[in-house]
Design a protein around this ligand. Structure first.
Ligand SMILES: [Zn+2]
Length: 408
């Protein structure tokens, strides 16, 4: 370990990071109902102003941009593109205090450590607290999309959590949508690092403190329809029935089996039975199906298996929206792995099953993510929990990785 890293890690104030998590986690917390800090709500904006104050207290040149992103800037010693750290501070309805917040407060803990030692970086540093990451608006992750200059007006026509359009939600919160659409990255960025809770059970089950994210999984959605014949549930004998739900049932377990066989995840998240009455044999069943995985070829093979099974059972298989996997940058992943080795920490390489701001940043710069364990794999719930030690370890790995990148 370099002398500088040794000195910085010795100065790292883990207690302060935990106190910050508690303080930010109290904003918008409703007893019994978890964190209610939905995008652009009063509580969300209060949390953003709190983060702004923290950045200013650290001496960062900090402001809130036209999309509600809180951006802190620390000059570097050399005229290089910036390194960027960050995540988000909005929550789902009934969220926990770690999702997003850890990545923002972990970044601030890195800056605090540098400042405490009078250390500077070669690269300028951006600390980014993105707005509206959670899918509480149709345009999510909205803040990071605006930040990279890719937000469009039509996305804002979609609904937001308060059942108004996202554009109306923004107008109510005092935002200037034209200014938001005109946003561009404030300066060239060499790399983006996001520290985040895993939100899955892999690290906790393996008892490994750090996950090196290989990428954000691709998503494929399908709409599968089975058509039978609706008829009287009392007078139609079992031999004469064409029950669409009975046709669909084995396909539902096929989705599970195909996912297991291909080492990915697959879900039938919605089943609509028509006409949907206890005394009517189902005439039509509509299924919403989703596959998620890191490897496009594996997803394609799983998709072919699902289509063949659905068709063989008389179903109609229609492809819906799909999103490509967003691989993390191998050099940045290697830098995280080196940081873990320096700190003597075991790590695991794993995909992210959830979307993150990093997938937007990937459009303008290389990115990587550091995961820490989620107890029981629970998130987006008041029970969301990451041990204090794991939060601190994650932020220390973020700092060590930042120094690795600064030397690159
Ligand atoms: Zn998150």
């Amino acid at each position: 370990m370099s002398d500088q890293l040794h000195t910085l890690l010795a100065a790292f104030n883990g207690e302060r990071l935990l106190a910050d998590l508690d303080a930010l986690g109290a904003i918008g917390l409703e007893p019994g109902a978890g964190l209610q800090r939905m995008a652009y709500s009063a509580a969300d904006m209060m949390a953003r102003r709190w983060v702004l104050t923290q950045m200013q207290a650290l001496g960062l040149d900090a402001s809130i941009d036209a999309a509600g992103n809180v951006i802190g800037y620390l000059p570097g010693r050399e005229p290089l593109p910036a390194l960027a750290l960050g995540s988000h501070t909005d929550s789902v309805p009934g969220g926990g205090k770690y999702d997003g917040a850890l990545g923002v407060l972990g970044a601030l803990a890195c800056v605090r450590t540098l400042q405490a030692q009078g250390a500077t970086l070669r690269h300028p540093l951006l600390v980014l607290n993105f707005a509206a990451e959670e899918a509480t608006t149709a345009a999510s992750p909205t803040g990071s999309l605006a930040f990279i200059g890719k937000l469009t007006r039509s996305l804002l026509d979609g609904p937001a959590w308060n059942s108004r359009t996202t554009a109306e939600l923004l107008a109510d919160a005092g935002f200037d949508i034209d200014a938001m659409l005109a946003l561009r990255p404030p300066l060239p960025i060499a790399a983006f690092l996001e520290l985040h809770i895993e939100q899955g059970e892999h690290l906790a089950t393996a008892n490994i403190p750090i996950g090196v994210v290989e990428g954000i999984v691709g998503i494929r959605r399908y709409y599968v329809t089975f058509v039978g014949q609706a008829n009287h549930a009392g007078t139609t004998g079992m031999a004469r029935r064409r029950d669409a739900l009975v046709m669909a049932a084995p396909f539902i377990t096929t989705v599970r089996d195909v996912a297991v066989t291909h080492g990915i995840v697959g879900t039938v998240g919605r089943v609509e039975v028509q006409p949907g009455a206890p005394n009517v044999i189902p005439g039509r069943v509509l299924l919403d199906v989703e596959l998620r995985g890191m490897d496009v070829a594996v997803l394609a093979a799983a998709e072919a298996a699902l289509e063949a099974d659905a068709t063989a059972r008389g179903g109609r298989f229609v492809r819906g929206h799909s999103m490509l996997p967003v691989p993390a940058d191998p050099n940045l992943m290697a830098a995280i792995a080196r940081a873990c080795m320096t700190l003597n920490l075991p790590s695991l390489t794993l995909p992210s099953g959830a979307g993150h701001d990093a997938m937007n940043l990937a459009e303008i710069c290389p990115y990587a993510m550091i995961f820490v364990p989620s107890q029981g794999g629970v998130s987006h719930a008041p029970e969301e929990f990451t041990a204090a030690e794991d939060c601190i370890t994650g932020a220390r790995v973020l700092l060590a990785t930042l120094l690795e990148l600064d030397a690159m």
